[in-house]
Structures are given as structure tokens and as C-alpha cells.
Design a binder for this molecule. Structure first.
Ligand code: FAD
Length: 384
């Protein structure tokens, strides 16, 4: 990497870190506990270009590589992971458009998405189909210059405050294997597209996650991504590779915040006449926490590097997401243990980190599914 590019990377990461310290952390506890959307952060995020991280500069974005992208998500999640959610699935939508949209679709959607004037996400999961993506029941039937879309999407982040989503639907419900009959559309709020229930979550509070209902929603045919039916499964899976790098980075951010709290507290809190950091049991815990966070960070950068090279990165992204999310669950619990009783109180953010961590195990493909993807790739690579 050129020195100029490295400096640009350091600059954006530093800017985001300072913003998180100054603007995000002071809001996090109250807004998270009360499940309040941080509207006032949106103009600041727009100003910094955070809605166009992976959009090329010619369409108004920052055109960052995935390594810098991961660093930005880590910094945000050190402060408050849900703020990462506002731009997380938004960048799956933009990834799909950047890599698979027609030139006309890129010009029509990307500049407003980069500015954050249009915000959105990914509408993939349904009440009866999560891991088993090919079982989705949402259909898109061609009718002249439009598609008529019917179905319900579940757990859609940004579904309330966003307007624009990459939606996966079946254009040929009889296709075998089913993925061949799946297409991706850019859908925008309008008649026939309603927001259902807002979901009440354990963690990741503040950011909106809702049900989206499509009832004879008419989508212009020109919003079919890439202009061809049957390509949607591949397009969305490629978007999810970037999503897994983002989730891994979020996990590292949350784990780092928990670790930093724990190592400070361990030097201040005394038990049996000395700081608990001088007890070996605590030292072993701190050493393991830091080692695992560092390992997760390296795996994530490796996945990001592979994705940037244009190569298929599902193995690396899956490994990074699997490892980093499990580390996050372990580290946030251990940080709470190191804090003893006060770690269990809502006065400190330890309990928030602990509640946020399991989402990274479940979201963007559960860790069981990651293991299946990893094993499938390994069995190909080591075929006898
Ligand atoms: C807060 C939150 C935000 C979300 N945001 C979005 C979003 O913006 N857009 C979106 O489309 N989705 C979103 N999701 C959905 C998320 O991606 C799914 O919940 C996830 O993919 C799992 O699907 P599921 O909930 O249907 O679980 P299921 O698929 O029903 O899985 C249940 C259990 O069975 C296991 N399992 C399933 N199949 C297998 C198998 N073959 N082998 C072994 N184990 C298996 C799973 O690992 C899991 O443990 C969000 C979810 C949450 C909780």
C-alpha cells in the first residue's frame, strides 16, 4: 500500500475514533437502555461520509478498501455497536449495487446512498426462512414494466428509519435448485410496502429491527439488480461476505472495549491487600482475552485483504466472523467476571457489551452455518 493511502486510512480511522469518543459514547448508555434511535448522529455520519464507505468516489462515496472498512466498524463498535448497525446492512445494499448493478442503477441509487439521503439495508430473512435462504417464500411476478412483490421479511435492520433495501425474492418459484429462480431488487418505500412490528431485542438496542410486509407492492422492472432474473442468490451471498467482515470487526470493537475496561479496573480494584491485576488468575484471563482479540483482528484483516483482491473470500470471511464473534462472547463475559458485582449493574457498559455479543454469533449467518461453509470449502480443497 502506498504511503498516501496508508495516511488516508489512518486519518479516517482517527476521525471516527474521535467522533465516537466525543459524540457516540456519551449517548450510548441512556439511548441503548431506552431503545432510542440516535437521530442526532445521522447528520454527523453523513458529514463524515460513513454511508458511502465502500462506494467508489465517482459515485460520491469514499471508495475505501475492506481493511479500512473493518477498522471503521471496529472503532464505532468500541463505542456503541448499534451505531454500526445503522451503516452495516446499508453497505450490503451498496456492495450489491456497486458490484452487480447496471451503470444506470449505480448512477440512480449510489450518490444518494453515499450521502445517506437514502438509507437502507438488506431484506433477506423471513419468518420461515433464515439460514435456509433457498426456502424464502417472497415472490416477484413480472407484470409489464413492473414486478408485483408479495411476502414478509423478518428482522430487517434499518427497516423503520431506512427507505431503500436490497430484497431477495423468487421470480421463478418452481426453479430447481431454488437459488436459480431467485432475484434481487432494490425496493423503496411506497404503496404496498409497509413496516410491521418493531422487534424488542436483548441487545443492539437503539437501532431499528422490524418486520417488512409486501402486499402487491409494484416494483419497477428497472430495479431488478443487474437487469437479469436468477442472479439474486449470488449477488446477496457476495454482499454477505462483506457483511461477515463487518460483523467480525464489530465483534472485535465490542471485545476491545470490554477488555480495556477490564484491564483498567483490574489495576484499581483491590482484593486481599493488592490490586486484583496482581493475582495470577486475573492476569491469565487478561492475557487470553488480548491474545484472542488480536488473533480475531488478524483473521479479519486477512479476510478483508482477500475480498479487496477480488478473489472469493467466503472461507476467510466465515472464519473471521466465526472466531471473532465467539471471542467477543467469551471476552465480554470475562470482562464482567473481572468486574465482579459491579460488572452486573447497568451503571457500567459491561452488561451492554455482554448483551450485544450474541448477535454477532447469530447475524449474517449463524456460526453453525459458518462452520458448514468452512467445512464445505475445506473438503473441496483437501479432496482425496
Ligand atoms: C437483531 C437482528 C438483526 C437482524 N438483521 C437482519 C437484516 O437486516 N436483514 C436480514 O435479512 N436478516 C436479519 N437478521 C436475521 C438473521 O440473519 C437470522 O436470524 C439468522 O440468519 C438466523 O436465521 P433464523 O433466525 O431463521 O434461524 P434458523 O435458520 O431457524 O436457525 C435456528 C438454529 O438452527 C441452526 N441451523 C439451521 N440450519 C442448520 C444446519 N443446516 N445445520 C446446523 N444447524 C442449523 C442455526 O444455526 C440456529 O442455531 C437479523 C437478526 C437479528 C436477531
Amino acid at each position: 500500500m502506498s504511503q498516501a493511502r496508508e495516511e488516508a486510512r489512518q486519518q479516517i480511522v482517527r476521525t471516527v475514533r474521535e467522533w465516537v469518543e466525543k459524540e457516540v459514547i456519551p449517548l450510548a448508555e441512556k439511548y441503548e437502555h431506552d431503545d432510542i434511535y440516535p437521530h442526532e448522529l445521522i447528520p454527523q455520519m453523513q458529514e463524515m461520509g460513513l454511508f458511502g464507505l465502500n462506494i467508489p468516489e465517482e459515485y460520491g462515496g469514499l471508495g475505501l478498501d475492506y481493511t479500512t472498512f473493518a477498522m471503521v466498524f471496529e472503532e464505532i463498535s468500541r463505542g456503541w455497536m448499534a451505531v454500526g448497525g445503522i451503516i452495516g446492512s446499508h453497505h450490503i445494499l451498496t456492495h450489491i449495487l456497486v458490484h452487480y448493478g447496471t451503470e444506470e442503477q449505480k448512477r440512480r441509487f449510489l450518490p444518494a446512498l453515499a450521502r445517506g439521503e437514502k438509507r437502507g439495508g438488506l431484506a433477506l430473512t423471513e419468518p420461515n426462512a433464515g439460514s435456509d435462504v433457498q426456502s424464502i417464500q417472497t415472490t416477484a411476478r413480472r407484470d409489464g414494466e413492473e414486478y408485483v412483490i408479495n411476502g414478509t421479511k423478518m428482522f430487517i435492520t434499518n427497516g423503520l428509519h431506512g427507505t431503500t433495501f436490497a430484497l431477495l425474492a423468487k421470480t421463478d418459484p418452481t426453479a430447481q435448485p431454488p437459488y436459480r429462480g431467485m432475484s434481487c431488487f432494490v425496493v423503496e418505500k411506497g404503496p404496498g410496502f409497509t413496516v410491521g412490528r418493531k422487534l424488542d431485542k436483548l441487545g443492539y438496542r437503539g437501532v431499528d429491527t422490524v418486520e417488512l410486509i409486501f402486499n402487491d407492492y409494484r416494483c419497477p422492472a428497472e430495479n431488478l439488480v443487474g437487469g437479469r432474473e436468477g442472479e439474486g442468490f449470488k449477488q446477496v451471498m457476495s454482499g454477505l461476505e462483506g457483511g461477515r467482515i463487518n460483523v467480525a470487526a464489530r465483534a472485535i470493537g465490542v471485545a476491545t472495549a470490554a477488555f480495556e475496561r477490564a484491564i483498567r479496573y483490574a489495576q484499581q480494584r483491590k482484593a486481599f491487600g493488592r490490586p486484583i491485576a496482581e493475582h495470577q488468575a486475573i492476569q491469565l484471563m487478561l492475557a487470553d482475552m488480548y491474545t484472542k482479540i488480536q488473533a480475531a483482528r488478524h483473521l479479519t484483516y486477512e479476510a478483508a485483504r482477500k475480498k479487496d483482491s477480488g478473489e472469493r473470500a467466503d472461507l476467510e470471511a466465515g472464519i473471521a466472523k466465526l472466531f471473532a464473534s465467539e471471542v467477543c462472547v467469551e471476552v465480554t463475559l470475562n470482562a464482567m467476571r473481572i468486574h465482579g458485582g459491579v460488572g452486573y449493574l447497568r451503571d457500567l457498559p459491561l452488561e451492554r457489551y455482554y448483551r450485544d455479543a450474541p448477535l454477532m454469533v447469530i447475524g449474517e449467518g449463524t456460526n453453525e452455518i459458518q462452520r458448514l461453509v468452512i467445512a464445505r470449502q475445506l473438503l473441496q480443497r483437501y479432496r482425496v
